[in-house]
Write a protein of this length. Structure first.
Length: 255
């Protein structure tokens, strides 16, 4: 499959190209050229859904063994919201207690497979959750080194320690505190990404992060068909992945 810029004027490119050039042009992102219809009927576990989705988009790269050490328990629990019973999809049982544990573990495997760890580096900005998830995932993979930019004094101590005290046996994680806020970190990360194709992103602009996130939306829809999904979203990656799950045939009524 090829991928296109949301600007609509660039030629379709390969998946690997989107990773090496994370920002196609100012204010635009990469998206699949088309959204494939997928039969999820044989999928049961979250791993099943991830494998099915990644094979649909990047069959030339994805192999089933890439999830051999994937860790992400998920469950659904009933809650009372005002007077209604709702079902809460809990994505906080993974290594860093963030939904981003899904995408970052997959991204770490993809980058380790595609790129030379001696010449490439991931640069990521975080307001808390992303940094911990990226640090955990990439530290466990003897692959691409990572620089994590976080705003000094503006994330919780728990989040900061996830980034700065991660178990890092291969010495892959460099954490840098920035005098500013998250926007300053993001601006710096984006500027760096434009300087070299050897600098890669693991923020939600990366399709290696976005595509696997489709899986948990499709998973919960398979358990509770014709549901309405209510999704908290900051940079909109989470809700975009839900929209893609719906277009791929997951039985989601509305988002």
């Amino acid at each position: 499959m090829k991928f296109v810029s949301t600007c609509g004027t660039l030629e379709p490119v390969s998946f690997e190209y989107t990773l090496k050039h994370a920002i196609p042009s100012e204010k635009h992102l990469w998206m699949p050229e088309s959204i494939p219809l997928v039969n999820f009927s044989s999928c049961n576990t979250l791993k099943d859904f991830i494998n099915t989705i990644m094979i649909a988009f990047v069959p030339e790269i994805w192999t089933l063994d890439m999830l051999n050490d994937f860790v992400m328990p998920i469950k659904v629990e009933e809650k009372i919201f005002r007077t209604r019973t709702i079902k809460e999809l809990q994505l906080f049982h993974g290594p860093t207690e963030a939904f981003k544990d899904v995408g970052t573990q997959v991204a770490a495997k993809i980058y380790a497979k595609l790129f030379d760890k001696n010449t490439h580096r991931v640069v990521v900005a975080t307001s808390g959750d992303t940094g911990g998830a990226v640090a955990s995932a990439f530290a466990r993979t003897n692959g691409i080194p990572v620089t994590i930019l976080f705003p000094e004094g503006k994330i919780s101590l728990y989040q900061e320690e996830q980034i700065t005290k991660v178990n890092d046996p291969y010495f892959k994680i460099l954490a840098l505190s920035i005098n500013g806020n998250f926007d300053d970190c993001q601006k710096l990360a984006k500027k760096l990404l434009t300087l070299s194709p050897n600098l890669l992103s693991s923020n939600s602009i990366s399709l290696a992060r976005l595509l696997p996130q489709i899986a948990y939306h499709a998973w919960v829809a398979s358990k509770y068909p014709k549901s309405t999904l209510i999704i908290p979203s900051g940079n909109m990656g989470n809700v975009v992945s839900a929209m893609m799950a719906k277009k791929m045939s997951a039985p989601i009524t509305s988002i």
